[in-house]
Design a protein around this ligand. Sequence first.
Ligand SMILES: Cc1cc2nc3c(=O)[nH]c(=O)nc-3n(C[C@H](O)[C@H](O)[C@H](O)COP(=O)(O)OP(=O)(O)OC[C@H]3O[C@@H](n4cnc5c(N)ncnc54)[C@H](O)[C@@H]3O)c2cc1C
Length: 247
Amino acid sequence: SALSPHLAFGEIGPRQVWHAARHAADARPELAPGIDAFLREVGWREFQYHLLHHAPELPDNPLDPRFADFPWRADAAGLQAWQRGRTGYPIVDAGMRQLWETGWMHNRVRMIVASFLVKDLLLPWREGERWFWDTLVDADLAQNAGNWQWVAGCGADAAPFFRVFNPVLQGEKFDPQGDYVRRYVPELGRLPPRWIHQPWAAPTEVLRQAGIKLGDDYPRPIVDHGLARDRALALYNERKGKVDMAS
Ligand SMILES: Cc1cc2nc3c(=O)[nH]c(=O)nc-3n(C[C@H](O)[C@H](O)[C@H](O)COP(=O)(O)OP(=O)(O)OC[C@H]3O[C@@H](n4cnc5c(N)ncnc54)[C@H](O)[C@@H]3O)c2cc1C
């Protein structure tokens, strides 16, 4: 709906949104399932405010105390690569460049880039929270902090903390033709859909025809996702006890 900046600045209130949507559902019952899904999102917003009200430390400290001394890495170059959309993972880079250029990202892409920062790079979720706060047009204290803690697995709800988004599979599922990536990462513009989400795996000839020299025109991946996932799961395991490593 792109209502979030207007909600964040108080130009419209959640009750107005709620009642308008309910009226629409009454008037057009065939739309009710979609409207319910939309209202669930508005419910998430209220939930995050509820959390912030009862835990004012939400923006600064993990709600789950087991994460208070989590061994986050310090990696200024990695953080900058993420901020500027130069990680070598096209869906992550497209999202981060869209954020920088427009102040906006779809929720799906926010989850993918946030998972990449916290799980693949093992950088503190507060770095991501800070960057989003500076760049999002809908930056909102409760939503930003609560969602970052949700992705990092240290928040209040039961999100499976062992979920590590695979940026290649997410790209293939939600941007199958690569149109989104091509829009924000134009240097990959001539890569066919088969390789657009993993240019490092493309045959040399395909890269040549697309006019891409990896490491030159576009970065090689700054981490190996498989290894990074194992590293993150090992550390998360220590915090949370045994989890399903196969998921
Ligand atoms: C790491 C991360 C950081 C985020 N930071 C912010 C932020 O600073 N400000 C912000 O408003 N949203 C934030 N979100 C939530 C969400 O991405 C946006 O609210 C949503 O993309 C806004 O688009 P929309 O208005 O089209 O949403 P719609 O899908 O149309 O949803 C309607 C409304 O419901 C609320 N909503 C939707 N998704 C969520 C969600 N996951 N959590 C809480 N409320 C939600 C928003 O107010 C939104 O306007 C963040 C999500 C993640 C994963």
